[in-house]
Design a protein around this ligand. Structure first.
Ligand code: BGC
Length: 378
């Protein structure tokens, strides 16, 4: 049977529908990204907004693989370090957590231990004597289930992972959902939610390495930084917080006013020596408000600006001090201090410091946290 001929009316209706559909109300673009070490195929999802900002995320490790934003001359470029296929992320040698989702417990747990209800749990120690970023196989090496949850207003991706009871030594079946939404104002919003069926601890973050001049374009020492923090948590020689909250006043940790990152990084300061630069948790004074910037970064040559908003109590400012040129990714070899991380988080090793805000999650509670990375130029 012949198909119904396209009448003038139906043609006009279809054209009207296309015209009325905002550019960004399209399905996410999905393409293959290779195979994870267990043979499963993983994908790359592209979120694109009306002004052309583009974010790509893979369901391997819930990893942000690229963030393309305009500079002051409206030239778009990537501002995060990463790889163009899954092998780079999955490689055993990759211990840098480029762009990855971090869990169950972001940053360090002293000796991989914590106690809940009188029971001491042991999780893998993968960073000297301590546990780092969830253990040997953290959320960064898991395959997440992806769902396109875009709306007419914004492209959005949801990733889900069920971390079984006892995984990496952590108690409780933990159901985690992460929603990435790309807003019209060049803001990437990350919403984390989780539930558990046993008392557990949780500290989720994203580990993007930013260089606002582009990956492989030198150090970040000429970027300027503002951190809304009056205190930071000093560390011991294994980068575990001592438990003190130390004032930043009169120290190289005072970023309350926009300051060039390289200005004081090599000062003769015990904490800077322990971190090989900045690798510290800052105590945010934003009171969990998503409308006050927790951090602001400016890059002078491109004019690019990044602002970070979060409801979390802390932020790990890390200047890529463990990058050493051995890793080749998009843009070239990743050199010492060639990127910076702003990991919104609860304080490292909180379960072992009763004076730090609690990271416990109990059955019946709904965990929720939000971080927004907003890009602009000046
Ligand atoms: C830590 C660093 C670590 C890096 C990558 C950061 O969150 O604070 O010490 O080297 O992650 O592993």
């Amino acid at each position: 049977m012949l198909e119904k001929p396209l009448t003038f009316l139906s043609l006009s209706i279809s054209l009207l529908t296309i015209a009325a559909t905002p550019q960004w109300a399209q399905k996410l673009q999905q393409r293959p990204f290779g195979k994870a070490p267990d043979g499963q195929a993983v994908s790359l999802y592209t979120l694109r907004n009306a002004s052309g900002m583009e974010v790509t995320i893979t369901n391997y490790g819930g990893t942000i693989t690229s963030v393309k934003v305009p500079d002051k001359n409206k030239n778009f470029g990537d501002v995060v370090l990463g790889f163009d296929n899954v092998d780079g992320y999955a490689a055993k040698e990759n211990t840098s957590y480029f762009g990855a989702t971090i869990g169950r417990y972001g940053n360090r747990l002293a000796h991989g231990k914590f106690t809940l209800n009188g029971h001491t749990y042991q999780v893998p120690t993968n960073d000297g004597p301590n546990s780092l970023h969830g253990g040997t196989i953290g959320f960064n090496r898991r395959i997440w289930q992806a769902k396109d949850v875009s709306t007419a207003n914004a492209p959005a991706l949801e990733l889900h992972y069920l971390s079984p009871d006892g995984e990496q030594g952590f108690p409780g079946n933990l159901n985690v959902t992460i929603r990435y939404t790309l807003g019209k104002g060049n803001d990437l919003r990350i919403d984390y939610s989780a539930t558990t069926d046993k008392d557990t601890v949780l500290n989720l973050t994203n580990h993007s390495y930013f260089n606002l001049a582009g990956p492989g374009s030198g150090t970040v020492l000429n970027h300027s930084l503002m951190l809304a923090a009056d205190q930071f948590t000093p560390v011991d020689a294994t980068l575990i917080p001592t438990g003190k909250l130390q004032s930043v006043a009169g120290t190289p940790f005072d970023f309350r006013k926009l300051t060039r990152i390289g200005e004081r990084i090599d000062q003769n300061n015990e904490q800077l020596k322990l971190g090989k630069g900045y690798d510290h948790n800052f105590v945010l004074n934003t009171g969990g408000s998503l409308s006050k910037a927790a951090a602001r970064v400016e890059e002078p040559t491109t004019g690019r600006v990044l602002e970070v908003f979060t409801d979390q109590p802390g932020i790990q400012f890390y200047t890529g001090n463990f990058l050493n040129g051995q890793t080749k990714g998009i843009g070239g070899a990743y050199q010492f201090r060639s990127a910076l991380c702003l990991e919104t988080q609860h304080f490292p090793d909180s379960p072992n410091h009763p004076n730090f805000p609690s990271t416990e999650l109990k059955p019946g509670q709904q965990f929720h946290s939000t971080t927004i990375y907003r890009f602009s130029t000046k």
